[in-house]
Design a protein around this ligand. Structure first.
Ligand code: PAF
Length: 282
């Protein structure tokens, strides 16, 4: 496994690999790898000849007062895990390598980024889509791998890739969970013991709502209410949003039909966790 911190070197290595006719899979991450990331790497390993893992805590997707400075980092451990999982090349640039001091170009996906995390984190998706476009430009992947936990991010990146003809296939892999149901996230390390014990409640609330919908509930507001009440009953939990939206438009729905995304963002102390379920009634 190789490690590079330079765009030009990564571009050259990938070019050489592509010239040999090899396919390239990219797994973009912000590091502090967990089983969710590693499941993406393993999938990329199965589906491509050459696997690139990027590790970059992208400053442009963090808003003022968010956790950019304290975001967990452990490159040494990440490199060990990446090697074990079969990564060929790790790209771990510094912020100065990714963004020139006079960087002035941004990629923005309209409408899909307006609600959900886009509402709570203004500018977040502009940072995500810009850095992912840059990573696609540097690594020129045939396929790029993202987790379903960031459901809105996955839909936004898929739309951007189509709209801008970026030429990569966007693969979205299922959420990986702890045994008690908590979705894996690098931010779970922020949770106190008590918060950690309470956090699996998110998945339980989503599952109960899915059961209600499958049993015939079609009123979206009733479902949102049920989830909100369930989460608000957990000591220390503060709801940021509970949304039920169409998976096509990410607009809120009134009646539940077709395929919908039920998504939540909840603060435990200062830690904001997200989780979701796609309910397909087709
Ligand atoms: O999901 C993440 O870890 C990040 O948003 C991504 C896609 C690596 C872009 O910085």
């Amino acid at each position: 496994m190789q490690l590079s911190r330079e765009k030009a070197e990564v571009r050259a290595l990938v070019e050489e690999t592509r010239r040999r006719g090899a396919s390239v899979g990219l797994v973009p991450t912000m590091g502090y790898l967990h089983e969710g990331h590693l499941s993406l790497v393993r999938r990329a390993r199965q589906e491509n000849d050459y696997v690139v893992l990027s590790i970059f805590v992208n400053p442009t997707q963090f808003g003022p007062g968010e956790d950019l400075e304290r975001y967990p980092r452990d490159l040494e451990r990440d490199l060990e895990l990446a090697e074990q999982a079969g990564v060929d090349l790790v790209f771990a640039p510094a912020a100065e390598e990714m963004y020139a001091p006079d960087h002035r170009t941004w990629v923005e996906v309209e409408e899909l980024t307006r609600g959900l995390c886009g509402r709570s984190r203004p500018g977040h998706f502009r940072g995500v889509t810009t850095v992912v476009t840059k990573l696609f430009g540097i690594c020129r992947p045939d396929r790029a791998y993202f987790g379903q936990k960031d459901a809105q991010q996955a839909l936004v990146i898929r739309r951007m890739t189509r709209d801008l003809d970026l030429g990569a296939e966007v693969v979205v892999a299922p959420i990986v969970r702890e045994a008690d149901g908590l979705a894996l996230s690098s931010r779970n390390v922020y949770l106190s013991e008590e918060e950690r014990r309470a956090a699996p409640m998110l998945q339980r609330a989503l599952c109960e709502a899915e059961v209600a919908v499958r049993a015939g509930e079609r009123d979206a507001e009733a479902v949102r209410d049920q989830v909100r009440r369930r989460i608000e009953g957990v000591p220390g939990a503060r709801v940021d949003y509970v949304e039920l939206v169409s998976t096509q438009t990410l607009q809120s729905v009134e009646r539940i039909t077709g395929e919908v995304l039920l998504a939540v963002a909840v603060f435990f102390g200062k830690t904001r966790l997200i989780d979701n379920v796609i309910i397909d009634l087709r």
